[in-house]
Design a protein around this ligand. Sequence first.
Ligand code: FAD
Length: 441
Amino acid sequence: MDVQNELEKMGLKLGEVEKYIEDMGYFKGKADAVVLAKSTEDVARVVKFANEREIPIIPWGRGTSVTGAVTPIKGGIIIDLSSMNRIIDFSDEDWIVHVEAGAILDEINAFLRPRGFFFPPDPASSFMCSIGGATSEGSGGMHCVKYGTMKDWVLAMKVVLPDGSTVTVGEPLHKNRVGYDLTHLMIGSEGTLGVITEVWLKVVPIPGYKIKRVLTFFDSEEDIGRTIINLRKNRVQPEIAEYMDLKVLEAVKSSFNIETHGVGALLIDVPEFEIEKLNLSLSNPSFVKVADSEEEKEELYKARSYAYLAVKTLAKYAMSEDVVVPISKLPKVFKKVRELEEKYGMKCPMVGHIGDGNLHPIILYDDASKDRAESFFRELCIYVIDEGGSVTGEHGVGIQKREMAIRQIEEHNGRPLLDLMKEIKLVFDKKKIMNPYKQVV
Ligand SMILES: Cc1cc2nc3c(=O)[nH]c(=O)nc-3n(C[C@H](O)[C@H](O)[C@H](O)COP(=O)(O)OP(=O)(O)OC[C@H]3O[C@@H](n4cnc5c(N)ncnc54)[C@H](O)[C@@H]3O)c2cc1C
């Protein structure tokens, strides 16, 4: 069957398949067609068509996945939701914004800011990723150390289920205890349970207090880990707490006015009234730079946001880990990453939302060193699982972490939980058409 032809006959607009088959983590696949959806009805028609013919469906937000989550493995129809990007409604009484799934996060915030509000989860890709993609990935970001991740901000969503029917999951209410919590089941499900077409988000007023942005350099990663532990002991709640090592700082330096000292730096925002406690928490800082102006603050924030893209230019390929460990174990994990760097003879620049214990060691490799990079990746995942951590804090499982995520569930939660997840998948999607071979199902 000529799938493209059939979809065209249904009056649907199609895209160029070649533009969609590789995500930003270099995971490449193949697809039969791309539908440029304009409405929930378009999505429902495509899903129904696919369900009847058992054709895979891959929801596509903006394609910034770095794990292969959005890569079609066995062909099928990609549904591109990027044209469904309207802000449908906003209430400064309810503090809720209702948007279409293709809306870009920064554009939602550009709408909210003049109204005195903001939507906190801010993945470093917020200038290009969609709210539907971020919801499906359960994404995090810089402000999540204080405000939490997508799971803490999505109240409800409109979803096209795998049989083509449309439902609203959850309620646009700040409290709701009716039925099982399927909203949280959908968040982080990576397009394996349905296609999200609209989302209702909580928003909050922009804080009224002044925030200080401080870039502090250190001569050892032990001191960097120690500083985060000290912040916790001193009961300081940072607004952001980010790490960039020297290789990352050097990479972003060509595009941003940023200094480099020591082995790396912490970028920390605290309310002005907490600055003394922040200073007390710094463990042997070698250089401290307080941003003097709003422009300088913005420059430092952007430098951190662009870190992954800057690091990607340093080698043919970059493989990003996304490990999370208890904060108390940060110094040990730093040491492990550097040991593995040495063992495998590979460069591994590191960034991370360190305030959450979430690190992104980015393994640089080329065609000749791909196997070594994968062994490095695997060994770090196994180490982190054994230390009681997680192999992904926000990037999701995708294809990249399937094996390791299954191992984590088996070791931490038990095989019956994994079986239950597989059964849940079948309840939603009997024919297994939704984004097959992703996540752990
Ligand atoms: C430079 C860079 C920095 C990044 N920084 C971060 C970061 O700080 N934190 C973080 O969490 N992630 C980060 N990421 C990863 C990625 O950007 C995020 O996970 C992002 O939220 C994905 O959004 P997207 O719209 O591009 O989704 P896509 O890549 O298009 O899709 C991601 C997944 O969601 C599914 N999906 C997409 N839209 C829908 C929908 N409407 N309904 C159902 N399923 C859907 C897809 O099928 C896929 O499984 C980064 C990526 C890059 C390239």
